[in-house]
Ligand binder design. Structure first.
Ligand code: ADP
Ligand code: MG
Length: 333
């Protein structure tokens, strides 16, 4: 009798263990058409994922969004001023325009003339003030025209740069792809843009660190989050991604379209939202708006929370939306 119970117990334990999904993870330099960033994926599933297939999917999509990739749809638009965009890119542009509208143009996907002038990708430099004011006059999202059939036009001298939203959109499309593969519980992280889908085994939530904006290897805090059978996005944009310093001033890649200069009133912004493209664009918009207006802006967005790190009297400080604190399990200042 006793032996029988033990056998049944061992058998059930084996059965239970064989049902438990395993943790598979992979980090590779991947994603954009012209530059690469580390992408980390964790999947809880029964079988080894096809990592090569997954990264090929991601990289083939990324090329479509990058204006620097020869022959990409966005490059075609920028050189011919009219082009038909692939469905995903067109939808992303619509989201970008929606956030441009809501943020009264502090997020502006026609920022390209200014971005090219500052040239953070290749040879960053402080531009001539006259050049800044003339580039600024060719930045205005209301000049974009959308036609049926995913066709878009912009005026001459204008240019589309989806850099403030593309990473998020790519993470979203990879998450959609994972659902078609039958994965339900996973994490995707691409240079500060994160999607969490479902929960970890045992219905545990995920723990996500927020990077310290000045000490690359440390964290300023930790969030606990995750929704059963659903997704949640967390995106951080900071002034530490691409920058140069001149005469003690940090010049970085998030530009205030109103001035043509890097936004001054935030150090990093973390946004939690239902989807990664929206979170990405909102983080850029809130960054430009700065601590006070940025938090007020995020408070108005449905199902969205945010944290802004800013500098005051030489110290880093934080401001957050009311609901953000529900996710915080530790924050340094
Ligand atoms: P990160 O690269 O830190 O994730 P963002 O998501 O904020 O940062 O993206 C920065 C990129 O967004 C820039 O490299 C540029 O391509 C674009 N960008 C910069 N300023 C703006 C702006 N005001 N509106 C829209 N896009 C912007
Ligand atoms: Mg962004």
């Amino acid at each position: 009798m006793k032996t029988k119970t033990i056998i049944i117990f061992i058998f059930s334990a084996i059965l239970l263990l064989s049902c438990m999904p395993s943790r598979y993870s992979e980090t590779r330099l991947s994603i954009t058409g012209e530059s690469t960033i580390p992408v980390t994926i964790i999947i809880y599933t029964g079988n080894q994922p096809d990592w090569d297939g997954i990264f090929t999917f991601l990289e083939s999509r990324a090329r479509l969004y990058d204006y620097r990739v020869q022959g990409s749809p966005v490059q075609e638009l920028n050189s011919s001023f009219k082009a038909q965009l692939p469905e995903d890119v067109f939808r992303t542009l619509e989201t970008a325009l929606d956030i441009a509208e809501k943020s009264r143009g502090v997020f502006d996907p026609t920022i390209l003339p200014l971005i090219q002038l500052w040239d953070f990708e290749d040879s960053p430099q402080l531009p001539d003030p006259g050049d800044i004011s003339s580039a600024k006059s060719f930045v205005n999202y209301t000049k974009i025209t959308l036609y049926g059939n995913n066709t878009v036009s912009i005026p001459e001298k204008y240019g589309l740069d989806l850099g403030g939203i593309a990473k998020g959109a790519l993470v979203d499309s990879l998450a959609d792809y994972f659902h078609t593969l039958g994965y339900e519980n996973f994490l995707i992280e691409a240079g500060g843009d994160i999607i969490l889908s479902g929960l970890k085994p045992g219905n545990e939530k995920w723990i996500v660190g927020i990077r310290h904006p000045r000490e690359i290897t440390s964290r300023i805090g930790e969030l606990t989050l995750g929704i059963p059978d659903n997704r949640i996005a967390i995106v951080t944009s900071g002034d530490y991604e691409r920058y140069f310093e001149q005469d003690g001033i940090r010049y970085h890649h998030i530009i205030d379209p109103r001035t043509g200069y890097p936004a001054r009133d935030a150090v990093s912004v973390t946004v939690i939202a239902p989807n990664c493209a929206i979170a990405d664009a909102l983080a850029t918009a809130a960054f430009v708006l700065g601590k006070k207006e940025g938090i007020a802006f995020l408070e108005k967005e449905k199902d969205t929370e945010g944290l802004i790190v800013y500098e005051e009297d030489g110290y880093l400080k934080t401001a957050m939306t009311e609901g953000f604190s529900l996710f915080v399990n530790r924050i340094a200042f």
